[in-house]
Design a binder for this molecule. Structure first.
Ligand code: SF4
Ligand code: SF4
Length: 379
């Protein structure tokens, strides 16, 4: 084990990286008890806080890459310790020391060279966006539609962007994008410790939106939504941000989209961490599903207590071994309440749930579908 600079040096390093929140910790252990990792393996957050307070940073520990940023611990920590910031800072030290797992290194370097973490050519973003009929953005348009890298480069989740575009077109909304100048939002890259990469991508996107004259942005991913709203604004961004479910709920309310009839299909909605716990949006996606006529059922662990899909903070780009995948648990929870569809509102959730439906042998019993797809099927 490589221990970085015992005593004061370790503390100074993490402080410098922005994560000296450990000072507030009074070692109650609430976080360790709540962390979903402790259901499948072990992650002792309390101990990591204690070691940091002693100035001991184990920058070789694989555990440092486990946190998915689900916010369960932060939501309940009695001292308000921003535990996600602690892991982010620790990882920043690891990234700067070039101690990064190979799959994560590949994703980060793909963002640096091609603007996306999926090792896809830069021009594919513009090609895909053009192919699904998103027009070049003009300042007279109502919205700028920012398509998450996952919904461009992962063939499994491209359906999210395709379905959303059909719905926005059907509602007569005007929207566009400047795909050639966009890059990854870098929310997950920042949580994975790539601070410089986040800063440069954020500046590039902000410049793209500003130059285009975009004032209202729709995101597909709750991760893009959260970082635009909370982190880009700190860097000088000045625009309104909407998650696509908010736009769909509004279009349904105004009668610009109308569902045909009730469908006898049981749908369980999985709250994405960055839409739910991080942004407090729980009812809007459920309203869309009800307005679309579906029979909404609730799983164990919903809303504030929802179990993460396991894809945040860069984990989506890292392998998680069988037996440790939260999405496997979630898929079984959906089945346990008789759901026929597991509805998602995030590309990471989509990818993880769809995969777990196969590996948990639920194909033909349970289907993973995005809210846009379900609404489109209901029109
Ligand atoms: S819940 Fe907060 S105060 Fe308690 S051990 Fe965890 S970080 Fe420390
Ligand atoms: S944010 Fe979630 S995964 Fe990360 S330490 Fe907290 S509870 Fe565990």
């Amino acid at each position: 084990m490589e221990v970085v600079s015992p005593f004061l040096d370790g503390r100074d390093m993490i402080k410098e990286a922005g994560g000296d929140v450990f000072r507030l910790c009074y070692q109650c252990g609430t976080c360790t008890g709540l962390c979903p990792w402790n259901r499948v393996s072990a992650l002792n957050i309390r101990r990591a806080m204690h070691e940091a307070a002693l100035g001991v940073l184990n920058i070789e520990a694989n555990d440092n890459w486990l946190c998915v940023g689900c916010n369960m611990c932060v939501q309940r920590c009695p001292r308000g310790v921003k535990i996600i910031d602690f892991w982010r800072s620790l990882r920043r030290i690891m990234v700067e020391s070039q101690m990064v797992p190979v799959d994560l290194r590949r994703a980060l370097s793909s963002i640096a060279t091609d603007g996306n973490p999926y090792v896809g050519e830069r021009k594919l973003r513009a090609d895909f966006i053009k192919n699904i009929r998103i027009k070049p953005f003009e300042p007279t348009m109502e919205y700028y539609l920012f398509v998450c890298c996952a919904a461009v480069y992962d063939s499994l989740t491209q359906c999210m962007a395709q379905a959303l575009v059909s719905l926005l077109e059907a509602a007569g909304l005007s929207f566009g994008a400047v795909a050639e100048s966009e890059v990854c939002c870098c929310e997950a890259a920042r949580k994975a410790g790539a601070e410089d990469l986040f800063q440069s991508c954020a500046q590039q996107n902000i410049e793209t939106f500003k130059t285009a004259g975009a004032k209202r942005i729709i995101t597909i991913s709750p991760h893009c939504y959260w970082t635009f709203k909370n982190e880009y604004t700190e860097l000088g961004a000045d625009f309104e941000v909407f998650h696509y479910t908010e736009i769909l709920a509004d279009l349904l309310k105004k009668g610009r989209l109308k569902a045909k009839a009730e469908k006898p299909l049981k749908v369980a909605y999985h709250d994405p961490c960055y839409l739910g716990r991080h942004s407090g949006i729980y009812d809007v996606p459920r309203e869309v599903l009800r307005a679309a006529g579906y029979d909404l059922v609730e799983m164990e662990e919903e809303r504030e207590g929802a179990l993460c899909c396991g894809g945040g903070s860069g984990r989506i780009w890292m392998d998680t071994k069988k037996g440790e995948r939260f999405a496997d648990i979630r898929v079984n929870q959906a089945s346990a309440v008789g759901a026929q569809v597991l509805a998602v509102a995030c590309p990471y959730c989509y990818a993880n749930m769809a995969d777990s439906i196969i590996t948990e042998n639920k194909e033909g019993i349970l289907r993973c579908a995005d809210i846009s797809q379900l609404l489109k099927e209901a029109l």
